[in-house]
Write a protein that binds this ligand. Structure first.
Ligand SMILES: Cc1cc2nc3c(=O)[nH]c(=O)nc-3n(C[C@H](O)[C@H](O)[C@H](O)COP(=O)(O)OP(=O)(O)OC[C@H]3O[C@@H](n4cnc5c(N)ncnc54)[C@H](O)[C@@H]3O)c2cc1C
Length: 410
């Protein structure tokens, strides 16, 4: 490629946000260069869960190779369980499969994909757009810069300001084998004694286990031990449905302990670990953060767009890409800022404001314990939880939905 090839838009990062923006812009006739430096075969650390809200918005996502899920088991910190039958399925993807599906669509639409890690700088002191440069010295010029380079984006730090540690979540986990002879359930378990939750998301050929929690209170050794307890508990419950998920909550454990140790030993020989950060913006930051102008925009994790309560980011990566592309194609690039605020900014700000109480205490017990105890008895709460998992229950009216059953601490 010639040294100074010119594009209308340079998109840095071909995760869901970058590839989706590239596809939409290229379909609209925009000359797009899409860069990604991820080594081949190294998937982005992610649970790969895509809510039914996202699948309804973009039904073609179901063409990507993945698994759909119609039931979720949810555990309270004290161990109570509720089974939620979803009204519409959500999907679980391997990120290698999901990302390459979206990237192939961008290529098919006409985007020029460059498999390189690049750095970016203004050209001609800002008068002439942007330049992306690879280590080899090769460079590409573009009129608008779109940073979709993930939660650690150096471009976002430069253009929108760095986020403090308190506004980052940490998520880590293991890819592990599917249990034998069982249709591995999808599990979400609120953590005993910690903010956040553990998940078991079965994919086509393995399960992704993980924990998402606040970076502020992160203590790797204790949380890793808790995740192992959860993973062993998951396989144990498959063998004996009466076994507790958290072995530390077992009443009589000596026989169970030996068996758990056996399960753990086998698992340790077969798992792969992964870890990464997820943005979790504070309510004030949602008010003040600016992620676009008429010459640049941040999308997805680079913008800070993940649900502060759950860490879900794929929907917001895709939606921010779509909103940016619409604004650009309408000739009003700067309108992206007002569009994302109106579309999902208020919801996510509300989620950030509710987070402390959601993971706090209510009537002398963790709120999440109360919520699952109530859900076991109360179809209205079960419905609200189902809709939360599906992504259909917004946070702006969540308080009202829970308060109706006297559950939410007003
Ligand atoms: C452990 C974990 C579990 C999660 N589970 C879920 C889940 O189940 N469901 C969900 O909705 N969300 C989940 N998330 C959040 C989700 O992964 C992110 O919100 C989502 O990937 C954001 O997409 P993105 O396109 O903005 O960024 P990313 O997916 O991070 O993509 C950014 C891309 O940019 C590339 N890049 C970075 N810098 C450069 C550069 N200089 N040059 C070229 N390329 C570059 C990277 O290689 C990467 O491919 C999870 C996150 C973690 C950490």
């Amino acid at each position: 490629m010639a040294e100074s090839e010119k594009f209308d838009a340079l998109i840095i990062g071909a995760g869901p946000a970058g590839s989706f923006a590239a596809e939409r812009l290229a379909r609209g006739g925009v000359r797009v260069a899409l860069f990604d430096g991820r080594p081949a075969g190294e998937p982005k650390a992610c649970g790969g869960g895509v809510t039914s809200k996202a699948l309804k918005a973009w039904p073609h996502l179901l063409e990507a190779l993945g698994r759909t899920v119609e039931e979720v088991e949810m555990y309270a910190p004290a161990g109570a369980r509720v089974r939620l039958k979803l009204d519409a399925p959500f999907a679980i993807y391997s990120r290698a499969a999901f990302d390459s599906y979206l990237r192939d669509r961008a290529i098919h639409a006409g985007a020029h994909v460059v498999p390189e890690r690049v750095s970016v700088a203004l050209d001609g002191n800002g008068r002439d757009g942007w330049r992306a440069r690879a280590r080899s010295g090769e460079s590409w010029h573009g009129g608008v810069l779109v940073a979709a380079d993930g939660a650690n984006s150096p471009i976002a730090r430069r253009l929108a300001g760095a986020l403090p540690n308190a506004e980052m979540e940490v998520a880590f986990g293991y890819r592990a084998p599917l249990p034998k002879g069982d249709d591995a359930p999808t599990v979400i378990a609120f953590l005993p004694g910690w903010v956040g939750y553990a998940w078991a998301f079965p994919r086509l050929d393995h399960i992704s286990f993980g924990i998402a929690t606040s970076q502020d209170a992160f203590d790797h050794r204790s949380l890793d031990a808790l995740l192992w307890e959860f993973m062993v508990g998951y396989y144990r419950v498959r063998e004996d449905p009466r076994a507790p998920l958290w072995s530390s909550q077992a009443k009589n454990s000596s026989a169970g302990d030996a068996h758990n140790a056996e399960i753990e030993k086998k698992l340790r020989a077969s798992v792969n670990r992964y870890a990464a950060r997820i943005p979790g913006l504070a309510p004030e930051t949602w008010n003040t953060r600016r992620v676009g102008s008429d010459t640049w925009a941040l999308l997805g994790d680079a913008a800070g767009f993940a649900d502060p309560m759950t860490g879900e980011g794929i929907y917001y990566a895709l939606r921010s890409a779509e909103l940016f592309a619409e604004a650009y194609l309408a000739g009003r690039t700067a309108a992206y800022e007002e569009r994302w605020r109106a579309d999902f900014g208020r919801e996510l700000r509300r989620a950030a404001a509710m987070r402390r109480r959601f993971y706090g205490e209510f009537l002398g017990a963790p709120f999440t314990d109360r919520m699952i105890d109530f859900a076991r008895l109360h179809p209205g709460i079960r419905r609200t939880l189902r809709e939360l998992v599906a992504g259909d229950q917004g946070y702006v009216n969540l308080k009202r939905a829970l308060a109706r059953s006297a559950l939410w601490p007003l």
